[in-house]
Design a protein around this ligand. Structure first.
Ligand SMILES: *[C@@H]1O[C@H](CO)[C@@H](O)[C@H](O)[C@H]1NC(C)=O
Length: 284
């Protein structure tokens, strides 16, 4: 009866959400590990998996600690290759502690007072690739899972959001990447309750109500609620004509209408309500 066993294994261990180390630990092992060789450190797709602590709880330097790397001639020791591999593991653990301490402090300080937290903000580039921020470089996508789990433990009553810009108009590469990240992170057991669409756009270039409803319908399949979190629709030329103002009004009506006509949309926040301040995204 080999077949039923195989079927059960495949159903339990989905390759899309691989969790080798988690499963190994649940089964009583100390770790499930991988070897990593120095040339692979430059391969981003590879390192995303190697750094995922749900996949690998141990890293063995493939060559970095061998004689050829550490003492290639007698009495002359060099640790560059070994250190490069060791720092992958060290950075991951360090970053995990830094993120936990930050969230426990900040969300702990306001515990019970916030309706929702923007737990992870702007993780993607517009082309759908992960931004190379310090958290991502140290931990891969696992930094998102870890952040949401920590936030849930720290402030259990709050709604926990993923928030980003240019994810309003269905369906670009960034929206696709966001959907896929949500699936991965939720499957790894982290609670993501909401998706915030920032809603920064330009007068006359704003997404239509239909496009935004289409996007929200997709997010609604994965999370409990969605919201417009930072809406500002800016003029692109000055002085502003009467037609420009009317167009701006119509653009805001589309956004609010999209929320009103989406069952899981809970609210709209403007960023903010005068032209004195402008949105400046953080760059790493
Ligand atoms: C996004 O995903 C949809 C549905 O899977 C697909 O049709 C579309 O081509 C994707 N768009 C981009 C830009 O990747």
């Amino acid at each position: 009866m080999q077949l039923p066993l195989l079927t059960i294994l495949l159903a339990t261990v989905s390759p899309a959400t691989g969790q080798l180390d988690k499963l190994a630990k649940a089964a009583g092992l100390k770790y499930f590990g991988t070897a990593v060789d120095n040339p692979s450190l430059n391969n981003q797709a590879y390192m995303r998996i190697a750094r995922n602590s749900d996949e690998f709880g141990s890293i063995t330097p493939a060559n970095g600690q061998k004689w050829s790397s550490t003492e290639s001639s007698q009495g002359r020791f060099s640790y560059g290759s070994g250190d490069a591999i060791a720092s992958v593991a060290k950075h991951r653990d360090q970053m995990q502690r830094i993120i936990a301490a930050h969230i426990q402090n900040v969300a702990g300080h306001y515990k019970g007072q916030c309706y929702a937290w923007d737990v992870v903000n702007e993780a993607f580039e517009d082309d759908g690739k992960f931004r190379q921020n310090p958290m991502y470089r140290a931990m891969g996508v696992d930094f998102i899972t870890h952040s949401f789990k920590t936030a849930a433990q720290t402030d259990p009553a709050a709604k926990l959001y993923y928030n980003d810009f240019n994810i309003e108009r269905c369906c670009n590469a960034k929206i696709n990447a966001t959907l896929s990240m949500l699936k991965t992170v939720i499957a790894a057991g982290a609670p993501i309750h909401g998706v915030g669409m920032q809603g920064h756009s330009r007068v006359g270039k704003s997404p239509s109500k239909r496009e935004m409803k289409e996007t929200m319908a997709k997010f609604s399949e994965l999370v409990d609620e969605v919201a417009f979190t930072e809406v500002d629709i800016r003029h692109t030329k000055l002085p502003v004509s009467a037609e420009d103002r009317e167009q701006q009004g119509r653009d805001y009506v589309e956004v609010v209408g999209a929320c009103l006509e989406t069952p899981k949309c809970v609210g709209v926040t403007v960023w903010d309500f005068t032209d004195q301040v402008r949105h400046v995204p953080v760059r790493w």
